[in-house]
Design a protein around this ligand. Structure first.
Ligand SMILES: C[S@@+](CC[C@H](N)C(=O)[O-])C[C@H]1O[C@@H](n2cnc3c(N)ncnc32)[C@H](O)[C@@H]1O
Length: 264
């Protein structure tokens, strides 16, 4: 009798393992909080289609965003989609959860007019194009190889984003809004925000006050390219009840100050 039970147990285990391999969503559905996300990260498999979207996210970051798409509550917001890699990971996670969620991605949609060469040869970004305030700069090589082909593409950044999301079958899950999130979105609260617009302390100082208006207690805030210096700057605006860091991806649960409390 014990042998039969053992045989059935092993059989169930084999079936579960096979299902997890062919249905990657099976695992992300079970992740309910950030510590589970960190503990199970290595077992998460993003759907193969994700690999066909260009972008710069570590595999671990892609897995984390996929799990966050499944775990996060609606409404969800992404700021900074570019060609849609992170949006695809999040949207695939939403589909894996089997739950219908509102998911908006907001993208500046820059054109070549937003870029100007500085006297030192660096290529600086301005928004709007007539602005005199630099939003960041990169080397001529990075501009030529990574940015120019995208912004000069006849379909523009937003057109390529839309086409990519359609090609990987997540266009029905993602709503694209073009413009600066500070003005393009109505002020409302989100339960999840992933932002790829907090790359350095000055950018955090520029964006955080507006981001604060979109969060509430318990909102999950995920920021890409978070260095220890950026984490410190974030702390001047946000408090977190728990947080994890996966490669350069910081993920925290917002804890709002109670009336009368001091500090950030
Ligand atoms: C590093 S890229 C995003 C990469 C993308 N998340 C991916 O997975 O490949 C940053 C993007 O943020 C956009 N962006 C920067 N500031 C923004 C703002 N204030 N509102 C909306 N989008 C913004 C830029 O146009 C750019 O496409």
């Amino acid at each position: 009798m014990n042998k039969v039970k053992e045989y059935l147990r092993k059989g169930r285990h084999r079936v579960r393992r096979t299902l997890n391999r062919i249905l990657p969503g099976a695992r992300v559905n079970k992740i309910k909080n950030l510590s589970q996300l960190r503990a199970r990260l290595q077992w998460i498999q993003v759907p193969a289609e994700v690999g066909s979207v260009k972008g710069q996210l570590w595999p671990e970051e892609q897995r984390a965003l996929y799990a966050l798409g499944a775990m996060a509550e609606s409404p969800m917001l992404e700021i900074g989609a570019w060609l849609g890699l992170s949006a695809t990971c999040l949207a695939k996670g939403i589909l894996a959860s089997g739950v219908s969620k509102e998911f908006i991605t907001c993208e500046l949609n820059p054109t070549p007019a937003n870029y100007r060469r500085l006297p030192d040869g660096q290529i600086a970004f301005y928004y709007p194009p007539e602005s005199e305030i630099t939003m960041g700069a990169c080397s001529p090589e990075v501009y030529e190889n990574e940015i120019k082909p995208v912004v000069e593409h006849p379909e523009g950044v937003a057109g390529q984003l839309r086409a990519n999301l359609k090609r990987v079958n997540v266009d029905s899950v993602v709503q694209i809004v073009t413009g600066d999130f500070k003005t393009a979105l109505p002020v409302r609260k989100f339960r999840f925000i992933f932002t790829d617009t907090m790359h350095e302390p000055s950018e955090i100082r520029r964006n955080a006050p507006n981001l604060l208006k979109l969060v509430e207690d318990g909102t999950i805030l995920a920021c890409h390219d978070t260095t220890p210096e950026n984490r410190e700057e974030l702390g001047n605006y946000f408090q977190f009840s728990e947080s994890i860091q996966i490669k350069t991806l910081f993920i925290g649960v917002i804890k709002l100050r109670k009336d009368g409390e001091k500090g950030p």
